[in-house]
Design a binder for this molecule. Structure first.
Ligand SMILES: [Zn+2]
Length: 313
């Protein structure tokens, strides 16, 4: 196959055996995403782990439903919360999605609330990001002169419009503006950190969107997250310590039930967004984020050659 030949020429291999395992749409699922692998996304037509220059990706599943198809990857594992956000191989996952032809990624994530205009169980399409992570692999372009990619708007506006329309169609209330602070984890934040984040303009706090969204843009993939809000962050509301449960008392029983309910709607929401966006041609900045370098002849159309690959896999 032509793609395998190209990949081998770049010094690595990947495991795609059938052309049907390509999809222009990809979904990255957050905590609990593995629960939906049992059929709620439609008919599964295949699954692959993909070898990339940055290691092996999480399994990529391919689904067909209502006359369209998409790929799905569970960020934290396939059986439970097996990999904390700090240790996800973001580069392998984003590379793998590019490899299977993804042009647009919808990501879901469950941050905590800093700004009390939000409630537990609300949906939010965030509008901006602040990086408070400390030691992740932020770029595909190590030891190259590539970079200076503009981050405003930081998320794909076209995909966000489709998501807004989809939420309206489904009559699901949703916020469209909010700043997501991404922390390193895997621990939760201290009260003083949350106060600092609030002063810095943060509305919600989570651990997953960085570097995922920046890596997607480096490979000219549209990226848009949907947040479901899981709890009030430390110190925002008074919560007694509770031993031996998730968030140790920061999430009340009734809030947990609410969160479970909003999580269950994700397959429906995701399918509606893809259905809304499926026939659109991409008309956004994301697809040309590397155009300046292409025009200058610094890189060519073969995106696999944009990275310096040290070790053959
Ligand atoms: Zn875009």
């Amino acid at each position: 196959m032509r793609l395998i030949t190209q990949a081998k020429a770049c010094g690595y291999q990947f495991e795609i055996t059938a052309m049907k395992n390509f999809s222009k749409f990809a979904v990255i699922g957050g905590s609990g995403a593995f629960l939906f692998l049992g059929g709620e996304f439609g008919k599964e037509i295949g699954a692959r782990k993909i070898k990339t220059p940055f290691g092996v990706s999480s399994p990529v599943h391919f689904f067909e439903t209502d006359n369209f198809s998409f790929a799905f990857l569970s960020r934290h594992g396939e059986k439970g919360y097996e990999i904390a956000a700090s240790f996800v191989n973001y580069r392998a996952n984003i590379w793998a999605l590019k490899e299977i032809g993804a042009e647009r990624i919808i990501a879901w994530t469950g941050p905590g609330i800093i700004n009390t205009r939000f409630k537990v169980g609300d949906y939010l399409l965030p509008s901006d990001l602040i990086d408070e992570t400390k030691g992740r692999k932020y770029t595909f372009f190590e030891k190259r002169g590539l970079g200076f990619i503009r981050q405003s708007p930081v998320f794909c506006t076209q995909l966000k419009s489709s998501a807004k329309e989809a939420m309206k169609t489904l009559k699901i209330p949703c916020h469209f503006k909010g700043v997501y602070i991404c922390t390193e984890g895997p621990r939760l934040e201290t009260p003083a950190e949350i106060r600092k984040f609030k002063l810095n303009g943060g509305d919600v706090v989570g651990m997953t969107l960085i570097p995922e969204c920046f890596l997607a843009r480096e490979l000219e993939i549209c990226y848009m997250p949907i947040c479901y809000l899981t709890n009030f962050a430390e110190g925002v509301n008074k919560r007694n310590f509770k031993k031996g449960v998730l968030f140790e008392g920061m999430q009340r029983e009734r809030e947990r039930e609410k969160v479970n309910n909003v999580q269950r709607k994700f397959p429906k929401i995701i399918k509606e967004i893809i259905k809304t966006a499926f026939s659109d041609e991409r008309d956004c900045h994301c697809k040309d984020s590397m155009l300046r370098y292409k025009k200058a002849g610094i890189i060519d159309k073969n995106w696999r050659s944009w990275v310096k690959i040290k070790n053959k896999i």
